[in-house]
Design a protein around this ligand. Structure first.
Ligand SMILES: [Zn+2]
Length: 333
């Protein structure tokens, strides 16, 4: 027994020494975040819920990914076809309408959001709308999981289907290089922007794996310029609203300002010289890493202290957020 305890203590010490926090020690998801979650029956695997009464706009989720079902009197417009949801999409749509799926819109090219489209290829005459950049990319990839678009556009496209007008707009590429869409139904004050934020949580790893922090920092104001009271972000368990966008913007700006300040006060040569006094100057990559890690660790510690009780997942991703932001602050800002 004594030996077991010693071994476990050693494993814990090694984990901590190498920066791997034991998973049991992470802060649980905040109660306020859990209490607003859409409940997904694990036996069923998905839930479909109207985003607001009398809109005929539904969010379809498995608890991790979200797509949107817009029911019109001339058929259903499906926004995204996540791979995880694909086997249940037609079943879920049939729960809320007799209308067939006639149009599929891709918000962007990422597999996790549209990689289920291949499983919808049996739907006759399915129209698939995407940005030209997304279509070009998909043609190059030739991926059977992602059906090729049948209609493409650049900039903006007004999709009129039956009694609904859906505005598709590409104001900036805040997340993926091929292009990202804003999907808005102005009459219902509905807005869908994928992979910027998750209501009640901090953004996903590396600030939602954006390929362009400069654009990502601008996207929050672009979102807030819309008149909406329902926001779908594409991930996790909740539907959001303006307050979620404001809170996520405040978090991201805090990450930016914190990293900028900590980076500004940290002397590269001093940190590298201190490290070199132990290992010499040969391993320049390692010496530089010591400097970057110092900025990341000090920034993340500050961010965690301010946000741990406000948004869920802070201690999961704060270091990755600081790391991504440091690349922008040091090399682009
Ligand atoms: Zn994505």
């Amino acid at each position: 027994m004594k030996h077991v305890i010693i071994i476990l203590t050693l494993i814990l010490a090694v984990n901590i020494a190498y920066g791997q926090k034991p998973i049991e020690s992470y802060t649980p998801v905040l109660k306020k975040t859990l209490s607003r979650s859409i409940q997904v029956d694990p036996r069923k695997g998905y839930a479909i819920q109207e985003v607001k009464p009398n809109t005929n706009i539904y969010v379809l989720t498995d608890g991790i990914w979200q797509s949107v079902v817009i029911v019109t009197n001339k058929g259903v417009v499906l926004i995204d076809a996540p791979e995880s949801l694909a086997p249940n999409i037609q079943k879920a749509v049939a729960e809320v309408t007799d209308q067939p799926i006639v149009t599929l819109v891709y918000t962007h090219a990422h597999i996790d959001h549209i990689g289920g489209s291949g499983q919808l290829k049996g739907i006759p005459n399915l129209e698939i709308i995407a940005l030209k950049g997304v279509a070009d990319f998909l043609r190059e990839k030739n991926d059977p999981r992602r059906l090729l678009p049948t209609k493409t556009f650049s900039g903006a496209y007004v999709l009129r289907k039956g009694d609904k007008q859906i505005d598709l707009t590409n104001p900036l590429n805040f997340h993926s290089d091929e292009g990202d869409l804003f999907v808005s139904v102005a009459k219902d004050k509905f807005l869908m922007v994928i992979d910027v934020l998750a209501p009640g949580y901090v953004p996903f790893k590396n600030l939602d794996i954006t390929s362009n922090i400069h654009e990502y920092l601008k996207v929050f104001d672009q979102i807030l310029a819309y008149d909406f009271d329902v926001f779908v972000g594409g991930h996790l368990t909740s539907i959001g609203d303006r307050n979620d966008v404001l809170e996520s913007k405040e978090y991201v700006m805090d990450v930016y300002e914190t990293v900028k300040r900590v980076h500004g006060r940290t002397d590269l040569m001093e940190v590298m010289s201190n490290a070199a006094s132990k290992i010499g100057w040969d391993n320049k990559f390692l010496l530089f890493k010591v400097f970057l890690d110092k900025v990341i660790d000090e920034s993340a510690a500050e961010i965690e202290s301010r946000w741990i009780g406000r948004l869920a997942g802070v201690d999961v991703w704060a270091k990755s957020h600081a790391s991504t932001m440091l690349l922008y602050v040091r090399w682009d800002d």
